[in-house]
Design a protein around this ligand. Structure first.
Ligand SMILES: [Zn+2]
Length: 397
């Protein structure tokens, strides 16, 4: 089967190839896997840079001034021998140039990591400006980016058009789009436009069948949590829903409405309410399970007991209302977190005061491969509140 992309006819194999390039190309969106990967690197001098790139910071290159100031602060903090080795001025120039070149593609913030190689990521949220120089990458400011319903496949479907988009952490990327063309029909009739009864419908069905195949490929390859749909007519929608595979039917999360040729900014605007609903339903499902179905010994309720479960790597799913900031203490030796103890009960050293213990706990959860549920919807928050819980966990067993 061939599908027309632009002026070129491509096969399903070529679409798969395109997807592989999409998946393994330069990462634009940070994932828990990348975070775990970044946490493993230990260089003598690693620089982690966080920059707020919201619109007001972009006016007259405001972010550049901030970047320079942050690097200046660094000079005051580290020893001169370290400074000579990393050559801060060169680094600053290089980072500034790289960010400047990528600026149109970057979201409301950027995270930039410099070790033996450099990697940077577009962030959907503003982050406090910060430059940190130490032996490993400072990834903690990124932990609130993750939630389970982070990756959704968006399909815009017309009678001939189909566009496949990935929505992830507020960033939309178009993966593949095509216009179906029925070659058999064309060859048989020898002309481009043929008006015979039933032909238009036959073409639509052919197109929809091609689309279902691409949906299956994408669901298998991209590890998305579900897909949503906008169709040009109700007929196209019912044709598609009838023909979905079992897996695709189970992944279908609902529809919205936008023109099949709409720019991504408009798609993002139109899809946002639907994504919020999906997120709310998923949160409610998790919270209901946590409150009603998980036995007491397989869960922890409350911050202090959850911190202890984290320390012993027992957390299967970490649950916290969001945003939630709690001051507390962290052991620099073993990572023990507590809201009360000054001295680490595990290794006896003095603990350091930190202003956000939830963030530290989220980091531990992600690095331990726990699932993370940031409860943001009003309904799900109320359910937690009724139980008197702000932070909790479902434990591994
Ligand atoms: Zn300790």
């Amino acid at each position: 089967m061939y599908i027309k992309i632009g002026e070129k006819n491509v096969s399903l194999d070529e679409i798969i190839e395109k997807l592989e390039i999409f998946e393994h190309g330069k990462a634009e969106v940070i994932t828990p896997e990348i975070l775990r990967d970044l946490s493993k690197y230990k260089y003598p001098y690693s620089i982690s840079i966080y920059l707020d790139l919201s619109p007001q910071m972009r006016i007259k290159g405001g972010w550049k001034i901030v970047l320079k100031d942050e690097f200046k602060k660094l000079e005051g903090e580290v020893e001169s021998e370290t400074l000579r080795k990393v050559n801060l001025l060169d680094t600053l120039k290089r980072v500034e140039r790289t960010i400047e070149l990528s600026l149109p593609k970057l979201g409301r913030g950027v995270a930039y990591f410099i070790g033996e190689e450099e990697r940077f990521f577009s962030l959907p949220l503003e982050v406090p400006n910060r430059v940190v120089l130490k032996g490993s990458f400072f990834i903690r400011p990124l932990v609130r980016l993750f939630d389970e319903y982070e990756r959704i496949l968006v399909l815009l479907l017309g009678k001939e058009h189909a566009r496949f988009i990935i929505s992830e952490q507020g960033i939309l990327r178009e993966i593949v789009s095509f216009i179906s063309e029925d070659y058999v029909l064309r060859k048989d009739f020898g002309v481009k436009v043929v008006r015979i009864p039933g032909l238009e419908e036959a073409k639509v069905i052919w197109h929809v069948k091609a689309v279902t195949k691409v949906i299956d490929i994408l669901l298998n390859m991209l590890g998305v949590n579900g897909f949503v749909l906008s169709t040009s007519t109700p007929e196209v929608k019912s044709e598609l829903l009838e023909r979905l595979s079992k897996k695709a039917s189970e992944s279908y999360k609902g529809d919205f409405s936008v023109s099949v040729t709409a720019p991504l900014t408009e798609v993002k605007e139109k899809i946002t309410p639907l994504l919020a609903l999906i997120e709310r339903d998923s949160e409610i499902k998790v919270i209901d399970e946590f409150i009603n179905s998980v036995p007491e010994k397989e869960s922890s309720r409350g911050l202090e007991s959850t911190l202890e479960s984290l320390y012993f790597k027992k957390v299967y799913r970490f649950i916290t209302r969001d945003p939630l900031y709690v001051e507390g203490y962290e052991c620099g030796e073993c990572g023990y977190l507590s809201t009360v103890t000054l001295k680490c009960p595990m290794c006896g050293v003095e603990m350091q005061e930190i202003h956000d213990i939830v963030e530290a706990a989220l980091e531990q959860a992600i690095l331990q491969n726990s699932l993370v549920e940031l409860v943001r919807s009003k309904d799900a928050k109320e359910k937690l509140e009724k139980e008197g819980i702000k932070v909790g966990a479902i434990l591994r067993f």
